[in-house]
Design a binder for this molecule. Structure first.
Ligand SMILES: Cc1cc2nc3c(=O)[nH]c(=O)nc-3n(C[C@H](O)[C@H](O)[C@H](O)COP(=O)(O)O)c2cc1C
Ligand code: SF4
Length: 546
């Protein structure tokens, strides 16, 4: 179990030294207490990986006790004092829309607090509109999904077959399993009504009378808070039958996740919701908007994406689209972890902040005496970027221009043009103390552990890649192993049922492509004195033990 308040995540857990050590390694086997603010940051060693159903059960129980304890402590003056001192002021470059209430002084997740702040007014406005007009506003807003792929939300909603006669479902993806990402948990813990309001509007727009919030198993406190928010919303008729006299009925149910990374993949999530093993489905034909939950049209959206909907209704699609840059509109939450002075979350206008501004101005630059080496910009599945890279970008007229790493705008299109992706917004920073063999091995260990095993290239390939990188960190790999590793990665890529195949092979392809010499140096036993610092040493021990 990880004591996982904000401070734990940013100070220790999400630091690659420890995040890669624990977070990626056992995504499916860690349980976050979700404690935030009322308890002091957990010590780095506050970790109990569980290895059996019994220990999992005990850990969940323990976490529930922790939740009650937190509530009790929250009423003591000392805890209140601590809560006040933990409040993080937004950085001047931030534009808070979704995180306006996160860690806000005097804020709590109750409906009374939410209503005092103008809550559910956007829902009332939505009911003055036709469902198709809401979808139109979302399309105009240019909102792109914040779960990973950056697919346009409004367009996804229009994929429900027009002649559909089956029930339509709305599913909120609260699995937040991509390593390096820690944003949805804050919404679930601190502002659940924002999500409920966004979901009711989205359900009305797509005609869903039943909606689910799939919450990562490791967030038991979040599930309790969201369930309470749903009850509160129902008691105010923001949910249930004939919502606010509109004639529209909708119910939202919380579904606790099954504790595996693959449960975040939308079709795996749907299988899990149906009570089955989360084996992803092949697309086509199983695009959820056509054949989703119970083979009915299903819209799956990320927590953050659904929260944006209420702001789009309030502002209007055109006004919302003025935030950010062309084709990359609105705000998004960047979760910065790793080797920077001030890691944490930052909500910024998409594309309005460059890599330099993010890492130096907002995160305080590298730790003392160190230099930035590389950045994984969009969660662990995105391709790594070197800090001294210069990218060749195409202009609209067909000509090319050079773009320096530090001038990369943190938006979907620029990061894609640089060969990586904005993904889920998890920016993992590595400095010159990090050995790439260690990073590679850490990622491989995670993906080998999390493959669902359905398709051969992924099941066999991810384990094979881990075995080779194990040899690299042990100092027993040969130069030919690097070639084999690269070849295995390219043979997984594009040959699997779901995008996990790419998620596991892209980091390997990019790290080998960009750090081949460094990896080759580690094939000589004399050089393979891995890991290179105490955090990496602890990670190695953990991997050996796992
Ligand atoms: C292996 C894998 C894991 C994923 N995990 C998550 C996740 O934890 N949360 C999430 O919102 N999307 C995740 N996704 C993306 C979802 O499949 C889906 O695209 C997303 O929930 C759609 O929401 P959006 O359009 O609002 O981004 C994952 C995808 C893959 C391939
Ligand atoms: S790619 Fe991997 S995770 Fe996805 S279905 Fe195949 S085996 Fe499972």
């Amino acid at each position: 179990m990880i004591h996982s308040g904000r401070d734990c995540f940013v100070d220790d857990f999400m630091n690659p030294g420890s995040f890669l050590r624990f977070g990626t390694m056992e995504s499916g086997s860690l349980l976050s207490t979700g404690f935030s603010r009322a308890l002091p940051p957990g010590p780095p060693g506050c970790l109990l990986p569980f290895r059996s159903d019994r220990s999992r059960e005990l850990t969940v129980k323990f976490s529930k006790i922790g939740f009650c304890l937190r509530r009790f402590l929250a009423n003591t003056p000392a805890a209140l004092l601590r809560m006040i001192t933990y409040i993080k002021q937004p950085h001047a470059r931030e534009h808070r829309l979704i995180f306006k209430n996160v860690d806000r002084e005097g804020w709590d997740p109750s409906i009374e607090c939410y209503l005092r702040d103008g809550g559910y007014e956007d829902l009332k406005k939505a009911f003055t509109m036709q469902p198709k007009d809401i979808t139109e506003e979302v399309k105009k807003s240019g909102l792109r999904g914040r779960g990973g792929a950056g697919f346009p939300t409004g367009m996804k909603w229009t994929f429900i077959p027009p002649n559909n006669t089956k029930p339509v479902y709305l599913v909120c993806n609260g699995d937040e399993s991509e390593p390096g990402t820690f944003k949805d948990r804050y919404i679930l813990h601190q502002d659940p009504h924002q999500l409920v309001e966004g979901m009711v509007i989205a359900a009305y727009a797509v005609g869903a009378k039943t909606a689910y919030i799939y919450i990562r198993e490791e967030f038991p406190e979040a599930a309790l808070l969201v369930e309470r928010a749903i009850e509160e919303a129902r008691s105010h008729n923001f949910l249930g039958k004939n919502v606010l006299g509109s004639g529209f009925d909708v119910e939202i149910y919380v579904h606790r996740g099954a504790g595996a990374y693959i449960c975040g993949e939308e079709t795996g999530l749907i299988e899990s919701l149906e009570g089955k093993r989360p084996y992803p489905r092949i697309k086509p034909p199983y695009f959820p908007a056509a054949l989703g939950l119970y083979m009915c049209p299903t819209i799956v959206n990320n927590v953050e994406s659904l929260c944006h909907v209420k702001h789009i209704i309030r502002m209007g699609g055109d006004e919302y689209a003025k935030l950010g840059v062309a084709r990359n509109t609105g705000t998004r939450i960047l979760c910065v972890s790793g080797d920077v002075k001030n890691p944490g979350y930052f909500e910024v206008e998409v594309g309005k902040v460059t890599m330099r501004e993010l890492l130096y101005d907002m995160c305080g630059g590298p730790k003392d005496g160190r230099e930035f080496k590389a950045v994984i910009p969009g969660g662990s599945s995105s391709k790594i970027l070197k800090c001294d890279e210069v990218f060749k970008l195409k202009n609209p007229d067909g000509s090319t221009r050079d773009l320096n790493f530090w001038d990369i705008q943190m938006d979907f299109d620029t990061l894609a043009a640089c060969g990586s992706m904005a993904g889920s917004g998890g920016v993992i920073v590595l400095d010159d103390t990090r050995k790439m063999s260690w990073v590679l091995n850490n990622l491989n260990a995670f993906y080998a552990h999390e493959s669902c095993g359905q398709c051969t290239p992924c099941r066999e390939g991810s384990t094979w890649m881990k075995k080779i990188s194990d040899r690299l960190v042990e100092g027993t790999a040969s130069p030919a192993d690097i070639e084999t590793l690269e070849s295995v990665a390219y043979q997984i890529d594009g040959r699997t049922i779901c995008a996990f195949g790419e998620a596991s092979s892209w980091p390997v392809e990019a790290i080998i492509g960009k750090f081949r010499d460094e990896l080759l140096a580690d094939t000589k036993e004399s050089n393979a004195k891995l890991p290179c610092n105490p955090e990496a040493e602890a990670q190695r021990r953990f991997l050996q033990h796992a």
